[in-house]
Design a binder for this molecule. Structure first.
Ligand code: SAM
Length: 489
């Protein structure tokens, strides 16, 4: 006898009225269209009337991924590849899954198998190239991606990936030429134009960035991100009125886009933004990760060294007692880890919202744990009692410090220190009211009295606040402060 639940399940399986091939084609079309819920019963029906095959396994894996069930997709692919190890499609699907799950090693192995099985397959080469790039092997990445792009010159995503790999391989001029060449193909796809404009901004060529954005506008492109980037470039050129107009256009087109909202807030058009959105930070720092260390060194970045001196003071005071574990908020590429690497501080954990910054930190091998998360979200769920919490050049992405300081208070051990830097308003600028202000380039400045009152409101005592040059920009020192707060015993 069939139970009620079984009957129901049975009744929901679509009755196959089409041929197996037609059913499979329909499932494929539905998955391609992102309609995985609708594809599910049809795939079940197709499996009833067709002999088991690699094609069906592949569809089942794609469907599981589409439904957000990575474990099921992986199990399906593992089984299928055991049965058909020479199937390039299965290998490619599993390579893409590994890559998405952050296991570039396994992604590279599957993609390499797929290339051996199907040497003319551009997708297999593209997957291998992406995995190589993630593994920090840009030369091999360029070789694979160049072959794939040659086979598919109109594929904008592939071209962008090749440009990224070429830049990572130390050849920014060729990378830029690759992006620009794509702009002339088939009307210049939007993503490539945005990538080329962002490339110019990252390399400090703001005038060229404005030109590229204007050419896009003249060719009929109307896009929030492109207007946002144009505003960013104009603001960097000191053209603040023009930047405000571009931001206003961007905001009209993409009022909910967090990247656009933050830039608009920075231009003063959207007052009251109390922090930079994590999506904005991820976009900015993912794009900056490859050049971050070299760039910061060239700017004379001083915070990691200054934090080292404070941690040494802390070690002296707590001599003979356990000082760790230490948490590095917004650890980025791990420059603070480098500065502290020879001190007896025990375990260090780094958190950052940018996966690509963390990948750079991981290569240094100095952190016991690296966690990709927004610091506010993460601290809310954390239960560790930290001996010290550090934040170098991170609080400039928060205006109102009360939520963060409240969480720090809960997470510090008694006697533990919170050591952080903030930026100050440039000399001659008015004092920010209510103690902090978002500047046009997207970072917040804070005033010293505000730090003192926010610390006290959070129940933390101020051990010290020192004025400190943070770095140099355009030859001018960027003024800031280094603060040490303590959770009183
Ligand atoms: C200017 S970098 C500084 C990196 C590192 N602390 C150093 O001194 O080299 C700022 C870093 O903070 C991270 N960040 C900013 N706000 C964050 C947030 N709310 N949650 C997690 N990471 C954040 C950024 O992704 C970026 O890597």
């Amino acid at each position: 006898m069939m139970g009620t639940a079984q009957k129901k399940h049975h009744m929901h399986i679509a009755r196959p009225t089409a041929t197996p091939d037609a059913l499979i084609a329909r499932v494929c079309a539905l998955i391609d269209a992102g309609r995985c819920g609708a594809a599910s019963p049809l795939l079940a029906a197709a499996r009833q009337v067709s002999a088991p095959s690699s094609e069906l396994n592949l569809l089942a894996a794609r469907l599981a991924e589409g439904l957000g069930d990575d474990a099921a997709a992986r199990a399906e692919l593992d089984r299928a590849i055991d049965l058909a190890p020479q199937h390039a499609g299965l290998r490619k699907q599993r390579a893409a899954l590994w890559q998405r799950l952050g296991d570039a090693d396994r992604a590279a192995r599957d993609a390499a198998e797929a290339v051996v099985i199907a040497p003319a397959d551009a997708d297999a080469k593209a997957l291998l190239g992406s995995a190589m790039l993630t593994l920090g092997r840009p030369r091999e990445a360029v070789a694979c991606l160049a072959e794939a792009a040659q086979a598919r010159p109109n594929d904008a995503a592939l071209r962008e990936a090749l440009a990224i790999a070429t830049e990572a391989n130390g050849d920014p001029a060729t990378a830029f030429a690759i992006l620009c060449a794509g702009l002339t193909v088939a009307g210049g796809p939007l993503n490539l134009r945005n990538a080329a404009t962002l490339f110019c901004i990252r390399h400090g060529d703001f005038a060229q960035a404005v030109t590229l954005a204007e050419q896009g506008r003249a060719a009929g492109t109307v896009d929030a991100c492109l207007f946002g980037l144009k505003g960013h470039a104009q603001s960097s050129l000191g053209l603040h009125d023009e930047a405000a107009e571009s931001y206003a256009e961007a905001f009209k087109l993409g009022p909910d886009d967090p990247y656009v909202r933050h830039l608009v807030a920075a231009s003063g058009l959207l007052p009251g933004a109390t922090r930079a959105p994590p999506e904005y930070l991820r976009a900015v720092f993912d794009g900056y990760a490859d050049r971050f260390d070299a760039h910061l060194i060239s700017l004379g970045y001083q915070i990691p060294g200054a934090i080292r001196r404070i941690v040494m003071e802390y070690l002296t005071l707590t001599a003979g007692t356990y000082t760790g574990p230490i948490l590095d908020l917004g650890c980025g590429t791990g420059l603070v880890g480098v500065a502290l690497s020879d001190l007896p501080i025990g375990r260090m954990t780094g958190i950052d919202v940018s996966g690509r910054m963390l990948a750079m930190a991981a290569r240094k091998g100095l952190y016991e744990q690296l966690i990709e998360a927004d610091v506010l979200n993460w601290l809310q769920a954390d239960t560790t009692g930290w001996g010290a919490i550090l934040a170098a050049d991170v609080l400039c992405y928060f205006g109102d410090l009360a939520p963060l300081l409240g969480l720090i208070r809960q997470r510090l051990r008694q006697g533990g220190w919170f050591v952080f830097s903030v930026e100050e308003a440039p000399p001659g600028a008015s004092t920010p009211d209510p103690g902090w202000r978002l500047q046009r380039q997207g970072r917040y400045v804070h005033a010293m009295p505000y730090i003192v009152s926010a610390a006290s409101a959070a129940g933390l005592s101020v051990r010290s606040i020192r004025r400190q040059t943070l770095r140099h920009e355009g030859g001018t020192p960027v003024a800031g402060m280094l603060a040490v707060l303590e959770l009183p015993a």
